[in-house]
Every structure is written in structure tokens, then in C-alpha cells.
Design a protein around this ligand. Structure first.
Ligand code: ZN
Ligand code: ZN
Length: 285
């Protein structure tokens, strides 16, 4: 598959100019490529992209789109945080950005006592501080809050694509904080998959954990991808690259994995909308 819909640049927390990613995409032989830097979070200015940079971001992608129109189709998107009462894909600055599509993500699941939004991705000691101060030392409460927020996003302010569904496991290496096979965890995941299926959204299969050696499979894990596919949820493989060299990182094994799960198509943004692109069955060589 010759595309990627979720990736960053120096406009948020990635490394390198958008042009560097286009150059790499051409080297990799991609036929389309989507930019989706973290959207500015106007309230408190906590996002990695500042509100005043959003215009420049859009203009630079438009410029590259025209410049390279004969060799690659470029998409303009943002990874939009769902923060209740603060931001979602229908926030004015997101609607005004003229995006091709939106990627919706939950990274913040509560506020530290200083009023600072707390991300479950933060390394220790901040990770454990959040669990203790916000969730009364209960990782389970934190995880259930996360999935409830994803469902709320999906139902109230649906993006086109749901980002890295079980990214919540990022700091749960070797099940340090909870058991991913516990009934309550599986139930939270299943309920969230039902919401995604009900809203008919695309769910990404994010390969970032593979090429960074964070985990051995994708966000979400294959057991979740299998259940998503069984519900007819539309899938899409994205690298979430933050460096040009990672734009197709983990793709080979992930597409092979999807085929082994019986997935026959992924959803690609083309001619103004998302369409299924058949996965070619390749013979082992
Ligand atoms: Zn993300
Ligand atoms: Zn991302």
C-alpha cells in the first residue's frame, strides 16, 4: 500500500520540514501522503503547535501540494485532541483550517492539581503521579476513563479516523499496571469498538510501536483489530511518523498481519473522500 495518512513534522512534535517528508515519500514510491500534525489547543496554549502557526502549516502543505501535484497527492489534516469542553474536531479553528479529513485522538484523560492536562503517555514519575492524584491509585479507573472519552469523542464529535485506539497501553509494558486480558479491559475495548462501528468511522492500525520497538505489534493490538474487522469497522494503516525515515515503518509486517486476519481492504483518502483500496495478495518470495 502506497500511502500514509497520519504523520507529523516540526510544526508539532516531529523532526523536519514538511518538504523533507515529501522527499522521503517520493523515495519510498508513495502515491499519496497525509500530514496530520497535532492541532493547536487554544485554551492554555498547551499544544505543540501554536494557534498562530496553523495558517503557515496550511499554506506550506498547499504549496507542496501544488509543487508536487504531478508526482504525489498530498493531504492536509490534523491530529485533533478530544478534550471535553476545550477542543474537538468541530472547534472553530479546526473547521476553519480547510482540512481534507480529521484524525481524532485522546491523549489527555484528566488534570493534575495545578490544572495541567495529564497525558497517559508521560514517562514516570508523571505517569504514576497522574494515576495516584487523579484516579486514586487505580490504573483501571484511568483506563476506563480513557475508553469512555474515546466513545464520547466518537459519538459527540466524530473525526474521520480514530487514532491509535489502545495507545493507553504505552506505559503498561509487560502488564506492569493492568492485565490486557482482564474481563473489564476487554469489555471496555469491545464497548468502544461498538461505538466506532455504530458511527461508521475508520480505525487506524498504527505502526509506531513497531519501528520504535515500544511494543511488538500495533496500536491497537491484533486481537482488537480482529474484533474490529469482525464488526465491519473500516481500517487504515498509518505510521504516525515523527521523522522522515519512519514514514512507512512497520508497514510490511502490519499489512501481512492484516491479510492473515482476513482483512481485504484498507481505506484511502482519494478524490475528496475515503474509499476502499484492495489489499493485494502477495505470494511469499
Ligand atoms: Zn497521537
Ligand atoms: Zn500522531
Amino acid at each position: 500500500m502506497k500511502t500514509n495518512h497520519h504523520a507529523h513534522t516540526r510544526f508539532s512534535d516531529g523532526v523536519g520540514e514538511p518538504a523533507d517528508y515529501v522527499r522521503q515519500a517520493l523515495t519510498e514510491g508513495l502515491t499519496s501522503y497525509g500530514f496530520s500534525d497535532h492541532a493547536p489547543i487554544p485554551s492554555g496554549d498547551i499544544g505543540s503547535m501554536k494557534l498562530h502557526e496553523l495558517g503557515e502549516y496550511g499554506k506550506e502543505i498547499d504549496r507542496l501540494r501544488d509543487l508536487h501535484a504531478h508526482e504525489i497527492t498530498l493531504h492536509k489534516s490534523l491530529e485533533v485532541d478530544y478534550l471535553p469542553g476545550v477542543m474537538n474536531v468541530n472547534s472553530p479553528h479546526i473547521l476553519a483550517a480547510g482540512l481534507d479529513y480529521t484524525i481524532g485522538a485522546v491523549h489527555y484523560v484528566g488534570y493534575l492539581s495545578e490544572g495541567e492536562p495529564w497525558s497517559f503517555q508521560r514517562p514516570n514519575p508523571v505517569f504514576e503521579r497522574g494515576i495516584s492524584t487523579i484516579f486514586g491509585d487505580s490504573p483501571r479507573r484511568m483506563v476506563e476513563r480513557y475508553y469512555a472519552l474515546v466513545r464520547e469523542m466518537v459519538e459527540l464529535h466524530p473525526p474521520d479516523v480514530v487514532a491509535h485506539l489502545d495507545r493507553i497501553k504505552r506505559r503498561n509494558v509487560n502488564g506492569a499496571y493492568w492485565d490486557e486480558h482482564a474481563d473489564w479491559y476487554v469489555a471496555a475495548v469491545e464497548e468502544t469498538l461498538d461505538a466506532i462501528a455504530g458511527a461508521d468511522l475508520i480505525m487506524e492500525v498504527n505502526t509506531r510501536g513497531i519501528y520504535l520497538n515500544e511494543i511488538s505489534d500495533t496500536y491497537p493490538s491484533y486481537w482488537i483489530v480482529r474484533r474490529a474487522h469482525a464488526r465491519g469497522i473500516k481500517l487504515q494503516v498509518n505510521s504516525d511518523a515523527h521523522q522522515p525515515r519512519h514514514i512507512v515503518g512497520g508497514f510490511r509486517e502490519t499489512y501481512a498481519g492484516l491479510r492473515s486476519l482476513g482483512v481485504e481492504a484498507v481505506w484511502e483518502f482519494k478524490d475528496g473522500g475515503f474509499r476502499p483500496a484492495e489489499l493485494l495478495v502477495t505470494s511469499p518470495s
